[in-house]
Design a protein around this ligand. Structure first.
Ligand SMILES: Nc1ncnc2c1ncn2[C@@H]1O[C@H](COP(=O)(O)OP(=O)(O)OP(=O)(O)O)[C@@H](O)[C@H]1O
Ligand SMILES: [Mg+2]
Length: 448
């Protein structure tokens, strides 16, 4: 009797092996090999055979006509900004975010905006009943005839519905709750998520409709499911924010049709998520600063935003703790080591905590100087002037390096009524802000 052929495929990278492997030898993922069934093996073998007979010919790039990207507005200035100028027809977008952050609220609001503009919209929910969504729709005031709800988890039924009407926009809430009859694994499993995403991608391209998928995130903040999910879709956005504050940030992580520099800023209100009209002044307080607080200005995409950094330096009982929210912990350790070495501060016997207000996560090094200023302020228990902004990247040698878009940042500092700035080098353009040059970490103390 002929031995049954077996073939295993890695769910993370697609690597195939005739043996089961605990760890994929291609991508290093653990426990990712899944056995393919006889039909899948047959399909692979046949496609291999047919590719032997096929003659393919490459085309010179000069003879290829470019695809036209057709965009339309989502009705939200902030979402359009993050997407690079609006929703692209036929694109598949994945939005991830922590539980309760407002993913369903945002997409139902966008669905409502589009339905109001006479576009046919389908909102599919595998998590909530239609009645529950209606409750949210009432709150968001999006009751339009063109907005259709479908509470369903079977992908085949959902695809039937999408094919049956002329929808212009589809929302899937969420990918982890759907299941496809084509695979036998449970909803939310790697195989299911991958199969469903692939089917939805095919549907979006063939019908030329944009599909937005909501994805749950894991404890470490990445979208639950295989990493290939992020590779498969056109755009990946993350919805972030502090649940205690009303501000929410929508950040581009990947975009096949635009840059990922821009950040959308929304406010959660009783009537849903609104585009933040003005973000200036929302991430710092104008009152007198307490000791341990310092101000800086970061660039979120093309927007300069003034933020407050808070540090707490307290004598340690036992092993000193270092922890930061919204700032890289390794970078904090590096700055503390530098302070110990250059300023002779005995920080090894202190706990140090750093927090960035408003749920902002700092992704650029320009805030280093302000972090140092806030730590020094807390250590010495001396308040900093509430009219001074600190700007600069600190290097391992203690030099303070230039920051990008200095003039744009100084303009924002001026608009917000600040008068002084501690910066690494003289600005190229004239400014009425009093600039103190701190090119070395020890100089910061002079200007505090
Ligand atoms: N009546 C209300 N007024 C103000 N805010 C509300 C109101 N009802 C709900 N919210 C806000 O909406 C948030 C829930 O939003 P939503 O259900 O869109 O989140 P989600 O990211 O889809 O969550 P999940 O991961 O559970 O699906 C709540 O955390 C709350 O902040
Ligand atoms: Mg939800």
């Amino acid at each position: 009797m002929a031995k049954k052929k077996s073939l295993f495929e890695c769910q993370a990278c697609g690597f195939q092996s005739p043996r089961w492997l605990g760890k994929c030898t291609n991508c290093g993922e653990w426990d990712s090999m899944v056995e393919l069934n006889s039909e899948q093996i047959k399909f692979i073998e046949e496609s291999k055979k047919s590719s032997f007979n096929k003659i393919v010919k490459a085309t010179p790039i000069t003879e290829i006509m470019q695809d036209d990207i057709d965009r339309f507005s989502s009705g939200s200035r902030e979402l359009d900004l993050v997407l690079g100028g609006g929703i692209v027809s036929g694109s598949l977008t994945l939005i991830g975010g922590s539980p309760g952050i407002g993913k369903s609220t945002l997409l139902l609001k966008i669905a409502g905006n589009l339905a109001k503009m006479n576009r046919g919209v389908l909102y599919v929910s595998g998590e909530e009943s239609a009645g529950q969504i209606k409750l949210r729709a009432n709150r968001l005031d999006v009751n339009y005839d063109n907005l259709f709800l479908l509470a369903e988890i079977n992908l085949q039924y959902i695809m039937q519905e999408i094919n049956s009407k002329n929808y212009n926009f589809v929302v899937i809430d969420s990918i982890q709750t759907l299941y496809s009859e084509e695979t036998s694994s449970a909803p939310g499993s790697v195989t299911q998520v991958r199969t469903i995403t692939f089917e939805l991608m095919r549907l979006a391209k063939s019908l030329d409709i944009p599909i937005f998928i909501i994805g749950h995130i894991t404890k470490d903040g990445s979208i639950a499911g295989p990493r290939v999910l992020e590779h498969m879709v056109d755009t990946v956005l993350y919805f972030e924010g502090d649940l205690n504050s009303e501000l929410r940030l929508l950040r581009g992580f990947k975009n096949r049709f635009g840059s990922t520099n821009e950040v959308g800023i929304f406010e959660m209100s009783k009537s849903g998520l609104l585009d933040a009209k003005s973000v200036a002044g929302k991430f710092f307080s104008r009152d007198k600063l307490s000791s341990g607080s310092a101000l800086t200005v970061i660039m979120e995409g093309s927007r300069p935003i003034i933020i407050e950094i808070q540090a707490l330096v307290a004598e340690a009982y036992g092993h000193p703790k270092r922890s930061s929210t919204g700032f890289d912990n390794n970078r904090l350790n590096m700055l503390l080591a530098l302070l110990e070495k250059k300023l002779d501060l005995p920080l090894g016997t202190y706990d140090v905590f750093v927090n960035i207000s408003g749920g902002i996560k700092i992704n650029e090094p320009s805030a280093d100087l302000a972090i140092i200023a806030s730590i020094l302020s807390s250590y010495r228990d001396r308040e900093l002037s509430s009219k001074t902004i600190f700007l600069g990247e600190v290097s391992l040698t203690g030099d303070i390096r230039e920051v990008t878009a200095l003039n744009q940042r100084l303009k924002e500092i001026k608009t917000q009524g600040f008068t002084k700035a501690v910066i690494p080098n003289r600005p190229l353009e004239e400014t009425t802000i009093k600039c103190y040059i701190a090119d070395e970490v020890s100089k910061v103390v002079e200007w505090m």
